[in-house]
Design a protein around this ligand. Structure first.
Ligand code: UGA
Length: 437
């Protein structure tokens, strides 16, 4: 099929490459000429495992190209909207400027029978509004909402083999002509067994925000248990293992630590609360305020525990922060818990050095005053305390004896509960985890 992908940021660049991998002929349309140049050269403007190889392979095949020119969307059967919906400045609500602009400029290019498929995360009610803009531009065109569930760091495999496909269509029914078009796009994953669910616009939009809210709630639940464990001397890691065995609860997304960050969960729960407020259903989601508050308290807790670890004051203490990305296998530092704790420690007088295998360039843009060091050993040099805040493999595999030779004081705070406390203590370290005795 001929497919256009509007917006080639994180979601769109991955989606465009994966659609070409599925055999379609794809044009990615992006307003930023620098991004288009990089993508056309076979490089993603961000770090995502295997994506660069995929971009090169598909550009060589001739099935994938990138442009800034919206008129090149003409003639595609399906147009995916993949632009960002960031949090509005100073407000909880989502900023829909980019989605509106993309659909408005696309509408003029549409032909009859073509489908606009929204993938961006939007507040419920957006699809119905955008459908009107599409119909004004081309009465014979259609709109569907097809939310994306990919995780950064696993984006390519999550797109090529998603665990479900959700189609929100105008009629809400399987006979809707948009369903057949999307089935053709996703023929390969569907034949491999990916379940596909058809519903109305509002339900499809809510599936996405409800899923992210549930995941955020699960993380904050276990972090709340960590707070109680800290008050009683219990161990949240053992607690999570034991409750996770019950498959109604499940062990995934039950890792207590410094909490969630990134460009999705934090802004999505806030936008969801804001939207519920507009709809007069704010009481239904007041618990998300608590989910957000528990999450933010974890960052403060890391600062407090570091102070304790350093004997009561942070003034002049050399702190090595391992990790800047909001999670491993990503260079994304949006709302990164690690960077937010590092910045707080610095403000309180610590001499902080942050290291990360991928995210330092982005960290430098967001926190220009934070000292950044690409070499792990240099970052650890003469440290008074080591903080593991993003669980990259190389940090999980650190050897306590080799690390001891580099630092001034053998104190470690495991902000992701991924190290073996017994091993570190046996090597003479003062070890602290979050929610652990
Ligand atoms: C999240 C969802 O998992 C995806 O399904 C969704 O498509 C995506 O948002 C989106 O809306 O685009 P992502 O932001 O890539 O994906 O990251 P996650 O893997 O969900 O992790 C989010 C945060 O939670 C990270 O900071 C991670 O360190 C933290 N986390 C995760 C925990 O603190 N504990 C856990 O047990 C799991």
């Amino acid at each position: 099929m001929r497919i256009s992908v509007i917006g080639c940021g994180y979601l769109g660049a991955v989606h465009a490459a994966c659609m070409a991998k599925l055999g379609h002929e794809v044009v990615g349309i992006e307003t930023d000429p620098a991004k288009v140049a990089e993508l056309s050269d076979g490089h993603a403007p961000f770090y995502e495992p295997v994506l660069d190889e995929l971009l090169k392979e598909l550009e060589e095949s001739g099935r994938l190209r990138f442009t800034t020119d919206m008129s090149e969307a003409r003639g595609s059967q399906v147009h995916f909207i993949c632009v960002g919906t960031p949090q509005k400045r100073g407000e909880n609500a989502a900023d829909l400027r980019f989605v509106d602009a993309a659909v408005e400029s696309l509408a003029a290019q549409l032909g009859p029978g073509e489908l606009v498929a929204g993938k961006s995360t939007v507040p419920v009610g957006t699809a119905a509004r955008l459908a009107e803009i599409v119909h004004e531009g081309q009465p014979g065109a259609m709109l569907a909402w097809n939310p994306e569930f990919l995780r950064e760091g696993h984006a390519v495999s999550d797109t090529l083999s998603p665990n479900r496909l959700v189609y929100g269509v105008d009629t809400g029914s399987e006979d809707d002509p948009a369903v057949a078009l999307l089935d053709e796009v996703y023929a390969e994953p569907m034949s491999a067994g990916t379940p596909r669910m058809v519903m109305d616009y509002a339900t499809a939009e809510l599936v996405k925000t409800a899923a992210n809210s549930f995941l955020a709630t699960k993380i904050s639940f276990i972090n709340a248990m960590a707070e109680v464990c800290e008050a009683t001397g219990a161990d949240v890691v053992r607690l999570a293992e034991a409750i996770g065995v019950d498959d109604r609860i499940g062990s995934k997304f039950l890792s207590a630590g410094i909490g969630f960050g990134g460009g999705c969960l934090p802004k999505d729960i806030r936008a969801f609360m804001a939207r519920a407020g507009e709809l007069g259903a704010d009481q239904a989601l007041t618990f998300l305020r608590e989910v957000d508050a528990i999450n933010m308290r974890r960052r403060t807790r890391v600062v407090e525990l570091t102070r304790q670890l350093c004997g009561g004051t942070l003034m002049g203490q050399r702190i090595a922060v391992l990790g800047a990305a909001f999670k491993p296998e990503s260079d994304d530092v949006r709302d990164s818990p690690a960077l937010s704790a590092a910045a707080q420690l610095q403000l309180q007088g610590a001499v902080v050095t942050v290291t990360d295998p991928q995210a330092l360039a982005n960290a430098a843009k967001r926190f220009p005053e934070l000292p950044l060091e690409p070499d792990l050993e240099v970052a650890l040099d003469r440290a008074d305390a080591v903080l593991l805040l993003t669980e990259w493999k190389q940090y999980r595999e650190l050897d306590p004896h080799e690390t001891a030779a580099l630092v001034s004081n053998k104190r470690i705070l495991d902000g992701r509960n991924v190290l073996d406390p017994a091993k570190w203590r046996a090597a003479g370290w003062t070890y602290k985890g979050l929610g652990r005795p």
